[in-house]
Design a protein around this ligand. Structure first.
Ligand SMILES: Cc1cc2nc3c(=O)[nH]c(=O)nc-3n(C[C@H](O)[C@H](O)[C@H](O)COP(=O)(O)OP(=O)(O)OC[C@H]3O[C@@H](n4cnc5c(N)ncnc54)[C@H](O)[C@@H]3O)c2cc1C
Length: 480
């Protein structure tokens, strides 16, 4: 008897409801029941996994393969449309297919097809979610509506449905007995999925990250001992290690948000854990938006922004992508992203505001670049983050809130440590001028070995003029 366990976004053993369900069913079916874990790379996904995350996925699958290997169980790999692949995998012995919920339109369509297929063949089909703290479809206000504002969403969720406890990993004996000992027919190898980038761009990632369930647990432990107590004070300062850096682990499901919630809540007092846990709930809020407004990644939530006078300027877009705008805090963030596959949250807001307001380029262009380059690129969080900054999202910052790159930099990177780290060509500038090098007298620039326009760009737009022009465009949209 065979149980097909489609792994998708839950690449772990601990608190993995899909795996637990598979083991429960296997026990029910008897000693001969075998669970076949499988991973499918889906080229039909309209939001296919790109560069940075493909690197992570390869490492993560390799690590998970080693874990299943301890039970002599291989993971089977496939490329294709999941419903087609699963259709071809069904044999007489197939009793059940277990999927993990991920709430995006494309996966849900695939899962609906799989359910129909199973129903037509008399096979059990189960969908389990271990990716969120709360159910995004049932977490509604008194009128039965989905929340569009974070604070009431947060209060309601935490008070009325506190996250349930994580599930234990299935016992060793059951795993030894029920995990399969051979791959499925026509499975390819992990290397044949061709996930690793061909350029050496991803080589740096290895120094910064440890993908896999063990790496995720280590990251959580470090966050508990070194980060979360000071989170409310340190989280906005990009030169400090003031945030957990759990985001790629959470995205790939190497750790469950429930486990994070309960471990943090058990080990730290409410005073020390509240700011962090509240931030974790933003992730659920983003998922609630994407689950209930399926076109959220493509369309401005506020339709008023459909008529906004966005600009198309490839030169400006490229300068932003390469970290060559002439605004140090923006450029530092874009270079951190390119070199490490991650960017600090405060700086994500600054660079997103710069793109959508100073350069007036559509938020979707920024979201696409993040999609390709972030290791934690997540359809729900990325779409929500961009729409929040652009002003077009639910509960978004108003469009007229335009981040001033110099003020942000002076406030959150006063001594320029973050800027100097990512823009070494500015490292010799005194603190006074690090936030706006164009204001430095020529003798200071010379002493610091800087020629603006040559060794570091002049600002590609004038801050004041860009700000006024963005506000005027917004006013026009409002009046239209
Ligand atoms: C323009 C923009 C794009 C973004 N794109 C993504 C993305 O693709 N993937 C992604 O995971 N996050 C995204 N974020 C949210 C946030 O920047 C990251 O989750 C955070 O920086 C990750 O670092 P951390 O794990 O150290 O976070 P911590 O501060 O330690 O927070 C812990 C966890 O809580 C969640 N979280 C924290 N802040 C937010 C937030 N504002 N919104 C939603 N969840 C949050 C994350 O899962 C995070 O790992 C984006 C934000 C902006 C402004």
């Amino acid at each position: 008897m065979q149980i097909l366990l489609w792994l998708s976004n839950n690449l772990r053993l601990h608190d993995n409801p899909a795996l637990n369900t598979a083991v429960e069913l296997a026990k029910e079916y008897g000693n001969d029941a075998r669970i076949y874990p499988l991973y499918i790379v889906d080229p039909t996904d309209p939001w296919p996994m790109q560069g940075a995350r493909r690197w992570w996925l390869h490492q993560s699958l390799e690590k998970l393969g080693q874990t299943f290997g301890e039970y002599s169980c291989p993971i089977s790999f496939f490329k294709g449309e999941p419903s087609d692949i699963l259709n071809t995998l069904i044999v007489d012995a197939t009793q059940a297919i277990i999927c993990s919920a991920d709430f995006c339109a494309h996966t849900e369509e695939q899962q609906a097809k799989i359910k129909t297929l199973c129903d037509s063949k008399g096979i059990t089909c189960r969908k389990r979610s271990g990716a969120l703290l709360f159910n995004p479809y049932t977490n509604t206000n008194k009128q039965g509506n989905i929340y569009q504002v974070f604070t009431p969403f947060y209060k309601h969720s935490v008070k009325t449905h506190p996250p349930s406890a994580p599930q234990d990993t299935p016992d060793n004996e059951s795993l030894h007995r029920h995990l399969c000992k051979k791959s499925l027919t026509n499975s390819v190898t992990l290397n044949e999925l061709n996930l690793l980038p061909t350029q050496n761009w991803a080589d740096n990632f290895q120094q910064h990250w440890q993908p896999g369930e063990q790496g995720a647990q280590g990251t959580l432990n470090n966050a508990i001992s070194d980060v979360i107590k000071q989170y409310s004070n340190d989280r906005d300062f990009p030169a400090k290690k003031g945030t957990s850096q759990l985001s790629p682990h959470l995205h790939f499901g190497e750790i469950s948000p429930r486990q994070i919630w309960h471990t943090v809540a058990n080990q730290l007092s409410p005073e020390d854990n509240e700011a962090f846990l509240r931030q974790l709930v933003w992730r659920d809020f983003s998922y609630s938006l994407i689950a209930n407004w399926k076109d959220f990644p493509e369309k401005s939530f506020k339709s008023r922004f459909d008529n906004f006078n966005w600009k198309q300027n490839d030169k400006h877009l490229l300068a932003w992508q390469k970290g060559l705008t002439g605004y140090p805090i923006v450029d530092a963030g874009m270079r951190q992203l390119w070199q490490t596959g991650w960017m600090h949250n405060r700086i994500r807001m600054v660079v997103a505001s710069f793109l959508t307001k100073h350069l007036r380029i559509h938020w979707s262009e920024g979201a696409k670049w993040f999609w390709d380059t972030l290791l934690d690129a997540d359809l729900a969080n990325n779409s929500a983050g961009w729409q929040w900054v652009a002003g077009s999202g639910a509960d978004a910052a108003p469009y007229f809130r335009i981040f001033n790159p110099m003020t942000q930099s002076e406030k959150f990177d006063k001594k320029g440590a973050y800027i100097r780290k990512w823009i070494p060509e500015l490292s010799a500038l005194p603190d006074k001028y690090i936030h706006a090098p164009w204001e430095a007298p020529s003798v200071i620039l010379k002493e610091a070995n800087i020629t603006l326009g040559k060794t570091y760009p002049k600002p590609i737009v004038d801050h004041k003029a860009a700000r006024e022009s963005a506000l005027a465009a917004y006013k026009e949209t409002n009046e239209a």
